[in-house]
Design a protein around this ligand. Structure first.
Ligand SMILES: [Zn+2]
Length: 92
């Protein structure tokens, strides 16, 4: 039970704040941004600062939830809590 999505250290949180690392809240994914001008990133399994194993991605669960709600691409009808980490923080 927590409203804090950060799994380990302040360094990870700071790196996301500085945009050195990307955090996709709705999918619970952390990654190294690919500097191609888009939103691509390489997903990280461990925190690069303290070596904590990061919690698994919820990407599949997110799309399962969309299907359950009868929402398809481009998913812009998803309830607000599904646009951020709110949905999995609340269900923890
Ligand atoms: Zn860490």
């Amino acid at each position: 039970m927590s409203d804090n999505p950060w799994p380990c250290c302040n360094s990870l949180e700071n790196a996301v704040f500085e945009q050195a690392i990307r955090f996709v809240g709705k999918f619970r994914e952390w990654g190294i941004p690919i500097p191609d001008g888009g939103t691509s990133f390489m997903e990280m399994t461990f925190c690069p600062f303290c070596a904590t194993r990061l919690p698994p991605s919820l990407r599949d669960a997110w799309f399962d939830k969309a299907e359950e709600l009868g929402i398809g691409p481009p998913y812009d009808e998803m309830p607000t809590e599904y646009l951020s980490e709110a949905w999995w923080l609340l269900s923890n």
